[in-house]
Design a protein around this ligand. Structure first.
Ligand SMILES: *Cc1c(COP(=O)(O)O)cnc(C)c1O
Length: 322
């Protein structure tokens, strides 16, 4: 069993991240408030250098490796933002980095990883097979395999985004957090339990990939579910013990939204907040818009977790807007 990160780990991560990443902005937009019927604060993790929040975790993890581990390097399997986070952090610390993606990856994502200096290996038909290959590479080369969810250092690093939110807005009623493997929601619960216990943390996930939701509803049992969402950052077929454990600590609710509502919220984010969000970066807003009456008259932060939308997503989301 992994030791869950503590608030002390998150505070240490904040101090070290200060040397690498400035705090991201959080803004409220009158047009968005009018659409939502409440005060919405958008936390802009899309403004990170890699376009997503995960880089906070990647830098925290690399910073915590000793020199010998760093010299051997890290291996990750991912189609998207976890890959860019590891590649960015490894380059910062001069560590070798191998990313395994399933064959025929999205060329934009593959190029982003190569441009950050990582070695890209295409292996396997899906992420499960890519993960097996990544394990083999890690064993053969003596590199550190980094999971996207079962890593205390990643959660401690990601918690710094929520510490920034509560520093800026101590009296929030709720924060809505997108969930795939659950590192973001676990980090939000860790931060809120320590510094904003009166603020509700509300998780949200695509109804087409509900593993973390169903696991949380059943009290944290590890389980697998169909994984059919189009939304890349949310596409996970299983739950993870470490993140579920932290969610049980403080999560107030877990809402599911369908993929078309997520695409419509991407459009709303562009129109009302002049912000390009990827699907996973708009699901928190989608959950708020699907439950307007519940949030009416409140101050609610939505985590815009990333902006790495594909051209296809950008071209199609307007057609699904209400
Ligand atoms: C990974 C990711 C998520 C989901 O985060 P988890 O920590 O896996 O729950 C949400 N949004 C974006 C943009 C992501 O990259």
């Amino acid at each position: 069993m992994l030791r869950p990160p503590t608030i002390t780990d998150a505070l240490r991560a904040r101090r070290l991240l200060g040397d690498h990443l400035p705090p991201t902005p959080m803004w409220s937009y009158p047009a968005l408030n009018a659409t939502a019927g409440t005060t919405v604060l958008v936390k802009h993790e899309n403004a990170q250098p890699t376009g997503a929040f995960k880089v906070r975790g990647g830098i925290t993890l690399l910073a915590g490796l000793d020199l010998a581990e760093r010299a051997r390097g890290v291996v990750g399997y991912s189609t998207g933002n976890h890959a860019q986070s590891l590649a960015f952090a490894a380059a910062r610390f001069g560590a070798p980095c191998v990313i395994v993606m399933p064959v025929n990856p999205n060329p934009a994502k593959a190029n982003a990883v190569r441009a950050l200096g990582a070695e890209l290996i295409e292996a396997g038909a899906d992420l499960t097979e890519a993960a097996e290959h990544a394990e083999t590479v890690a064993a053969e080369r003596g590199m550190r395999l980094v999971s996207a969810a079962n890593e205390p250092a990643l959660i401690a690093g990601v918690a710094t985004a929520y510490l920034e939110i509560f520093d800026k807005e101590p009296a929030l009623d709720a924060v809505i957090v997108p969930v795939g493997g659950g590192s973001g929601a676990a980090a939000a619960c860790l931060a809120a339990a320590a510094v904003a216990p009166g603020c509700q943390i509300i998780a949200t996930q695509s109804a087409a990939s509900p593993a973390a939701h169903d696991s949380w509803e059943s009290g944290g049992a590890p389980l697998s579910r169909p994984n059919r969402t189009r939304v890349e950052g949310l596409a996970t077929g299983r739950s993870f013990e470490l993140t579920q454990q932290l969610m049980r600590l403080h999560l107030a609710d877990f809402l599911l939204v369908d993929d078309d509502a997520i695409a419509a919220a991407q459009w709303t984010m562009m129109r009302d907040a002049h912000t390009l969000a990827e699907g996973a970066g708009a699901v928190a807003l989608a959950a708020l818009l699907a439950h307007r009456e519940r949030f009416a008259g409140k101050r609610v932060a939505v985590m815009c977790s990333g902006g790495n939308a594909s051209e296809r997503e950008i071209l199609t989301c307007g057609g699904l807007a209400a």
